[in-house]
Ligand binder design. Structure first.
Ligand code: LLP
Length: 423
């Protein structure tokens, strides 16, 4: 079930603090992350898999690249799934050694590929084009660790925009070309380590992962026969969904891990599994606090206007995603009516929540948006010329700023007005 939080006399408690105090101290909108939840989530998934088989957790940092979050997971022993040179360098800066990072890009240009290869991280090859270009720009292919991303023909996710593993997808090497890809990688002299697939993000059922694992096992066995080398690992990607609604069932990670590792042990020679969870680790660790600034009765609808829009949290507007909301200063109070929670962006599509029952919202109330840790800040933008908001880390009653909110200067920092247009 969705995580809920303590109520102290009508005030929401998060990370041992009153959410209202955090908002008063740091301003709104602000993302607030509870360190203990991050650690707890990481340990839960690590233990579920490692109970059965040696499994490396490579946190998919696209979900949240805050350096403090990365530091915490580095301390926990996590590896990284990175998608760009920016993510690779961010993680190196956060203290991860290159051997703990796997780069899985799509449509990677030569310059980025060269820069990634120079860092020494393993590269998960997405296409024949990428493989040939990597071979050309690598001084010594035998020192470049690679894995190959296949398109398994199995997809899963919370919506069409985030399903990646289906046949015909832009990601990975099509099934009928996979053996040729490994043979070519072998001929080019790469240090071949594994096989990878990712079916999509936010799926809520175990079955697609089982179907995926069967394909990964069968393919890795066929690859070993074809190139005469056994693969070291199977990387099943990420995509483990989490509940966003109060009564939604949680995916049973214990059952998932047991089933998948049993399959590997019985049907393959591969001794190590890699899992790349993003959402599972960070999603419920973070709330977005936003202030109610305006309340409007539009006749057919009532609106709660807040200071965070899709510039701050785009998931509702972009994917129609559900995020639970509560009034942090009227926590668990009896509800009085139905409201849409809408932001300051000048578009009708700008909303955080539709049709929610809330306890008499008023200007000045503090709204907590739940489950904002995954693809929350990392997808935020400066649209409508609003600076990016801040991020705060809380731990056992202490709050620390982990990202300053931007200021107006930040809006103009990289812009150049040609001299001839100067005033
Ligand atoms: N591995 C690969 C290769 C991926 O592309 C992704 C996510 C993951 C792992 C982690 O997936 P997760 O465990 O977080 O589901 N912005 C969307 C989600 C996009 C996911 C992209 N790839 C959202 O807000 O729902």
């Amino acid at each position: 079930m969705m995580r809920d939080f303590d109520n102290d006399g009508g005030r929401m408690v998060f990370g041992g603090m009153h959410a209202c105090d955090i908002a008063d101290e740091f301003g709104t909108p602000v993302y607030v992350t509870d360190e203990s939840i991050l650690r707890e989530n990481y340990r839960r998934i690590w233990e579920a898999f490692n109970r059965h088989m040696e499994t490396d957790i490579h946190y998919a940092c696209k979900a949240n690249t805050n350096l403090a979050v990365l530091r915490i997971l580095e301390q926990e022993g996590s590896g990284i799934d990175a998608v760009s040179i920016g993510e690779v360098l961010t993680c190196l800066r956060a203290g991860y050694s290159p051997d703990r990072i796997i780069f899985t890009g799509v449509n990677v240009g030569d310059q980025e590929l060269r820069e990634v290869a120079e860092t020494g991280v393993m590269i998960n090859i997405d296409s024949f084009s990428e493989m040939e270009r990597l071979a050309e720009l690598c001084p010594n292919a035998s020192e470049q660790k690679v894995s190959i991303r296949i398109t398994p023909g199995v997809g899963s996710g919370h919506g069409a925009k985030v399903i990646t593993g289906n046949k015909g997808s832009k990601f990975g090497i099509p099934m009928n070309e996979v053996l040729n890809a490994y043979i070519r990688a072998n001929d080019l002299g790469f240090d071949i380590r594994g096989i990878h697939a990712h079916i999509g993000s936010g799926g809520q059922t175990v079955e697609p992962f089982i179907d995926l694992m069967q394909i990964l096992i069968d393919t890795s066995n066929a690859v070993s026969d074809a190139i005469g080398v056994g693969l070291e690992f199977i990387d099943m990607g990420g995509g483990i969904g989490v509940p966003y609604k109060p009564n939604e069932e949680e995916m049973d990670v214990e059952e998932l891990s047991m089933t998948l590792t049993d399959m590997i042990a019985e049907e393959s020679e591969v001794s190590r599994l890699i899992v790349e969870p993003g959402r599972y680790i960070v999603c419920d660790s973070t709330i977005l606090l936003t202030r109610c600034v305006d309340v409007k009765d539009a006749g057919t609808k009532k609106y709660v206007g807040v200071d965070a829009g899709f510039n701050t949290l785009v998931r509702p507007a972009f994917y129609d995603s559900y995020h639970h909301v509560a009034i942090a200063n009227k926590f668990n109070r009896a509800c009085t009516g139905r409201y849409d929670i809408v932001g300051p962006v000048c578009e009708t599509g700008d909303y955080l929540a539709h049709d929610r029952v809330l306890p008499d919202p008023e200007e000045g109330d503090l709204i907590a948006v739940y489950d904002a840790g995954a693809y929350g800040f990392s997808m935020s933008s400066r649209y409508n010329s609003r600076p990016l908001c801040g991020e705060v880390l809380v731990n056992e009653g202490r709050a620390e700023l982990i990202r300053e909110a931007e200021n107006m200067e930040d809006l103009w920092r990289h812009q150049i007005v040609p001299g001839r247009l100067e005033r």
